[in-house]
Design a protein around this ligand. Structure first.
Ligand code: PEP
Ligand code: MN
Length: 343
């Protein structure tokens, strides 16, 4: 961190700035310019201290030098994180395919979808049991019953699973039934939830909030990691913008930015990113071309009958078509599809 003083700041004010830095257990390093003084701060200043110094007498501005993402940040020479889950690797040069229904609707519905997406090449089964619905009158999910079906489908197909957890008190329950916990877009800054997800052994996928900057999104991942869980996956699922031709605006650039700022795997979710089934393929492929470590896609046997997110869900046939494009782009990117060991 570097503190730039205002022109005309007195020697006493500079001395007070230096004294304040020392009182934090940090070391000031003064550089005298012709018109102003710059004080370097040696050590590891906290965010709170940085904010306080912005309004300290004589301070013009405070410049952050090191990354605030101590654990999630790319760091010097930090290798890409590889997450091992259910015999599968996420990150580190492969492409992972997560697919399944938005919402688990029944045992048969999930089982049929699981078999079909597996046959087409998916290796992680998605399915929501606790659903964050905009309206309280919309279907809210099968809850524990749904999680039990998810576990059964996982045993039947050999696919590890991912499911959303919406409240801290349910982290243990979801973690006992699903291999990966999903923190949904609406909960991406639910800090008690992030801290709780940091306490379990399951990997955690943190979605980007509809109004989160990339920094805020990475900070959400940092929360999970700071609580003790290093196995975090980032997921770009579209953000809220002025354009209303898609449900959200898929920020493909965010994939490339997150890959540059962080060592964590990044997944693109073009289903929520666009909200339109026929835009899922182009955005999935664009995400992979931008460097994503995988995709998450919603699939339904009859999207027109889906209890949630039908307009963005792919039929089995369209998922098959998507997979042939995915295979070509993954090969072109030199990131082969991650295979299930048992498959
Ligand atoms: C979902 O994955 O079904 C979901 C609700 O996603 P998001 O949190 O991105 O809206
Ligand atoms: Mn959905």
């Amino acid at each position: 961190m570097v503190i730039v003083t205002k022109t005309g700041t007195t020697a006493e004010e500079v001395a007070a700035i230096e004294e304040r830095i020392r009182s934090e257990g940090l070391k000031p390093h003064r550089i005298e310019g012709a018109r102003l003084v710059i004080v370097g701060v040696v050590g590891d200043p906290s965010e709170d201290f940085r904010e306080q110094m912005q309004i300290f007498p004589g301070v013009e501005r405070v410049v952050r030098i090191s990354t605030p993402f101590k654990l999630a940040g790319a760091g010097e020479g930090r290798p890409a994180t590889r997450i091992e889950v259910g015999g599968l690797t996420i990150g580190g040069g492969s492409t992972v395919i997560m697919a399944g229904p938005c919402t688990i609707e029944s045992r048969e519905h999930l089982m049929e979808t699981a078999q079909q997406v597996k046959q087409a090449g998916a290796t992680i089964l998605r399915g929501g049991a606790y659903k964050p619905r905009t309206s309280p009158y919309s279907f809210q999910g099968l809850e524990v019953e749904g999680l039990e079906y998810l576990k059964e489908a996982s045993l039947a197909t050999g696919m590890p699973t991912i499911s959303e957890v919406m409240e801290p008190g349910l982290v243990g329950t979801v973690a006992a039934h699903a291999d990966i916990l999903q923190i949904g877009a609406r909960n991406t800054q639910n800090f008690p939830l992030l801290k709780e997800a940091g306490k379990v052994a399951n990997p955690v996928m943190v979605k980007r909030g509809p109004a989160s900057t990339i920094s805020e999104w990475l900070m959400s991942a940092e929360y999970v990691m700071a609580a003790g869980n290093p196995n975090v996956i980032l997921c770009e699922r579209g953000i809220r913008t002025f354009d209303d031709s898609t449900r959200n605006t898929q920020d493909v650039a965010a994939v490339a930015v997150a890959k540059r700022l962080s060592h964590l795997p990044v997944i693109i979710d073009p289903s929520h990113g666009t909200g339109v089934w026929h835009l899922v393929e182009p955005l999935a492929l664009a995400g992979l071309a931008a460097g994503a470590d995988g995709i998450m896609v919603e699939v339904h046997p009859s999207p027109e009958l889906a209890l949630a997110d039908g307009p963005q869900s792919l039929t089995f046939e369209n998922f098959d078509l998507l997979m042939s494009g995915v295979r070509r782009v993954a090969a072109a990117m030199d990131r082969p599809l991650s295979e299930l060991v048992s498959a």
